[in-house]
Design a protein around this ligand. Structure first.
Ligand code: FAD
Length: 281
């Protein structure tokens, strides 16, 4: 049986204090023995330097690090230089993305790459099989997709270009994931598709993120989260319970692992991971 992959995601810290805090988070979460820790790029205004510094520290601590790399607005020479830097630092895994196009800029004017499949193809041409390439997948359909079927075909293009596996946008509807995996298989896409898990701890923040990225908070869940109002602890306990149940359903249904959006926090991921009994991964 294929071993399941349990991984974590960080975002680069913006201040020296946040960097210190993230170091402590990494040390605490290291006991879970994650398969790797990925680090976002460009999201929320973070810089390329922040991603590079953070992955370098993770890698030096003995945990495999995977930088996210978005191609929007970049040219081939810049991407090649960054790939060379990662190779020099012994990085073996990359999360290859298009990134979000700044408002007012069309796809055509967004640099030498228009879509993530072009980045994947370029990474393979420039570096052969050096990197394990992860790409993004959207069980609830990418918010800008022309249609459900177009999005599926576009996902397939990334795999045909050389992606080894995928990480999903977060979702709270396990059926959307299972249906997506089935639909992928029907069009011949069988790479591992690992669900991205966003632990529920803060309703307002979650609602804001979800509006931006097209992830649906089902009505039954939204209504119950709204009821907690200022009861932060109650919401957190309920939210983590719901997230843990989702993870259990996904794993029992055959998901090839889980990728946790930690938001640079220790406790939510630690609690879910331990409750699932994957602490000794
Ligand atoms: P693509 O796969 O290129 O898809 C984008 C849209 O274009 C889709 O609607 C698709 O259907 C369509 N499309 C794709 N290929 C084609 C084609 N060849 N022709 C026509 N249409 C096409 N953002 C960041 O800025 N930094 C991060 O670190 C980051 N990390 C992420 C990690 C994960 C796991 C996920 C799921 C998302 C992440 N994002 C990040 C967000 C991501 O950048 C956005 O969702 C972005 O809008 C799409 O990126 P993509 O790589 O999925 O793009």
């Amino acid at each position: 049986m294929q071993t399941k992959s349990f991984s974590l995601e960080f975002f680069p810290p913006k201040t020296p204090e946040a960097a210190e805090k993230l170091r402590a988070t990494r040390v605490k979460l290291a006991v879970l023995k994650p398969a790797y820790i990925s680090v976002t790029f460009g999201a929320g205004g973070s810089t390329q330097a922040g991603t590079l510094e953070t992955v370098t520290e993770i890698q030096q601590s003995g945990i495999s690090a995977a930088p996210h790399m978005s191609c929007v607005g970049s040219n081939r020479a810049e991407i090649k230089a960054l790939l060379d830097t990662y190779i020099a630092r012994d990085i073996r895994r990359i999360v290859a993305l298009r990134g979000d196009i700044p408002s007012g800029m069309g796809v055509g004017s967004a640099g030498e790459f228009r879509y993530a499949n072009e980045l994947v193809q370029f990474i393979r041409e420039a570096t052969g099989r050096h990197f394990h390439i992860e790409v993004a997948a959207y069980p609830e359909v990418h918010p800008q997709a022309e249609s459900h079927s177009a999005d599926l075909q576009n996902f397939k293009k990334k795999v045909e270009a050389g992606a080894d596996s995928a990480l999903t946008q977060y979702f709270y509807n396990a059926d959307a994931y299972f249906r997506f995996v089935d639909n992928c298989a029907k069009v011949g896409v069988t790479v591992p598709i690992v669900p991205g898990i966003m632990p529920i701890t803060n309703y307002k923040q979650l609602a804001r993120f979800s509006d931006g990225c097209g992830a649906e908070i089902p009505r039954w869940l939204r209504k119950q989260l709204e009821d907690f109002g200022d009861d932060v602890e109650g919401l957190r306990a309920f939210g983590l319970d719901v997230t843990t149940e989702l993870c259990r359903t996904l794993l029992e249904g055959g998901a090839p692992g889980l990728h946790f959006y930690t938001m640079n926090q220790v406790e939510p991921t630690m609690q879910i991971w331990r409750d699932l009994g994957i602490g000794a991964n």
